[in-house]
Design a protein. Structure first.
Length: 134
């Protein structure tokens, strides 16, 4: 709630200075998105996991509220002018539910072939070994 208050206060005080809001999807993010839209801001939301799942993974005691959390996060996505997703799968989910919403995929940028889980006795890939300082 503290972050929501700070975000809302910032929006109200800086209406003339900012043109766009970039917000991660969060159960209370729909309030910031609604306030931003009502003040004339363009709103971009970033989705890093299935709606409702990330929040409950971090705060398991809210598991019983998952349907409500999921609904609130989908409202944030509906209120957004565009959505940025961390995977193609999440992007396809958003595109299937919000037909005319611009959706972009921006991955975390890690090369999964180069940076992959390995056992403790495995040697580093040659690319990494050669990049290490002497």
């Amino acid at each position: 709630l503290r972050t929501l208050f700070i975000s809302s206060t910032f929006l109200l005080r800086n209406r003339s200075k900012a043109a766009r809001i970039y917000a991660s999807v969060h159960p209370l993010g729909f309030v910031v998105a609604a306030l931003g839209r009502s003040l004339g801001f363009k709103v971009n939301s970033e989705l890093n996991g299935p709606p409702g799942e990330d929040f409950v993974a971090v705060w398991p005691r809210f598991r019983a509220l998952t349907p409500l959390i999921r609904m609130a996060e989908w409202w944030q996505l509906r209120l957004s002018n565009s959505v940025i997703c961390s995977s193609t799968g999440h992007a396809n989910t958003v595109k299937s539910r919000l037909k005319n919403k611009p959706v972009r995929v921006v991955t975390n940028g890690a090369d999964n072939e180069l940076f992959r889980p390995c056992r403790a006795n495995d040697s580093l890939p040659v690319e990494l070994e050669s990049a290490l300082p002497e």
